[in-house]
Design a binder for this molecule. Structure first.
Ligand SMILES: [Zn+2]
Ligand SMILES: [Zn+2]
Length: 115
């Protein structure tokens, strides 16, 4: 019986996880995953590590993402929920970068709800 030699396949490559706040992809950096938009990082195990600027104040923007959605009118319990952006005060805020971010709002999808 002969053994057939064959090349081994390449190693798996794992795509970096999505940022839970803005919904964009993070990137690997040393032992962390970093979101450039949200300016923060997580450990390789997924635990939040820190903001890039630990002294920055929190953004003042708030959003009520479901307030104007008629399909949600049956559920008053969360219709008026309001979330405050978790990013740094004075963060970039334009259509090419992040608007505001919060895990319950997740990115630009609800950008019109921010005020
Ligand atoms: Zn992000
Ligand atoms: Zn903000």
């Amino acid at each position: 019986m002969t053994t057939v030699e064959r090349d081994i396949p390449p190693s798996l490559e794992f795509p970096p996880p999505m940022c839970p706040m803005c919904g964009e992809g993070t990137h690997a950096e040393a032992d962390s995953y970093v979101c450039d938009r949200c300016q923060c990082g997580w450990s390789r195990d997924g635990d939040f590590e820190s903001w890039s600027d630990i002294d920055a104040a929190q953004c003042d923007a708030t959003v009520r993402p479901w307030e104007k959605n008629s399909w949600i009118s049956m559920d008053e319990s969360f219709k008026h929920e309001e979330f405050r952006c978790l990013l740094d005060k004075g963060h970039e805020n334009n259509e090419w970068s992040v608007k505001h971010a919060h895990p319950r709002v997740n990115g630009t999808l609800w950008a019109k709800g921010w005020r």
